[in-house]
Write a protein that binds this ligand. Structure first.
Ligand SMILES: [Fe+2]
Length: 236
């Protein structure tokens, strides 16, 4: 669906006077972080089961007018589990103070949320998270046997002449549509720069102004769909 990133030296220059994004080369430990086997395996299975067994899910796309896909439920992790995640995040990003943004009267961010999405409910959709609500995002993959190509992908803008543009929304813009002055872009407008595979009990943390998406979804029955715990933080 998305072109893989070709050899950059073979690509034409970015056209002049076109909307653009900032560029930061993807580098583990600099703008994204991965830790496998984050929880003890029995604890990770307990968390996954607890999430799967929730009875009251909120429905998103395609069942309601919400933009987020599938279904979700709050409080995926208990407080002591969440503390482990947040302490790890603080060490990785080198910040003492992180918080979940709450802005009165504005759209709220849903953090520490279990998200369950099947293969027929959505697909890869490159985006950035609102800079007003989030600076870093993390996911924990919670399927014991995920399909391939169902982790997280990062993208670079692809111009019609094939030139590779940026991958990041920066000040003063809040999100992609803001920065590029368009509501939507076709799949051909992106190169897939990096794909992180889905693996049970893997946590991935990234700067949420990088263009990213779920690489894909899977499963049809509730127990088989792609389950993740999702987090968003602001920081000083
Ligand atoms: Fe996102």
């Amino acid at each position: 669906m998305f072109s893989p990133m070709p050899d950059i030296s073979l690509l034409p220059d970015v056209p002049i006077n076109v909307p653009s994004l900032s560029f930061e080369p993807l580098e583990q430990g600099s703008n994204y972080w991965i830790k496998d086997d984050f929880f003890p395996v029995a604890k990770a299975k307990q968390i996954a089961n607890r999430c799967f067994n929730h009875k009251k899910w909120k429905l998103g796309y395609p069942y309601t007018k919400e933009k987020w896909p599938g279904m979700r439920v709050n409080k995926a992790l208990k407080i002591e589990e969440l503390n482990l995640v947040e302490n790890w995040v603080k060490v990785m990003i080198g910040r003492e103070n992180i918080w979940v943004e709450k802005l009165p009267g504005k759209s709220q961010v849903s953090s520490n949320t279990a998200q369950l999405v099947g293969k027929n409910e959505s697909g890869a959709l490159p985006h950035t998270d609102s800079r007003t609500l989030s600076r870093y995002a993390a996911l924990i993959y919670l399927n014991l046997n995920p399909s391939v190509n169902s982790g997280t992908s990062f993208y670079r803008l692809r111009y019609p002449n094939g030139a590779a543009g940026g991958n990041m929304v920066c000040n003063p813009y809040d999100n992609l549509s803001d920065a590029l002055k368009v509501q939507t872009l076709p799949p051909e407008a992106w190169y897939e720069d990096l794909r992180i595979e889905n693996r049970f009990n893997r946590i991935i943390l990234y700067k949420s102004n990088l263009v990213h998406s779920a690489s894909g979804y899977f499963g049809e029955s509730k127990r088989d769909k792609r389950l993740t715990a999702v987090f968003f933080w602001m920081c000083d």
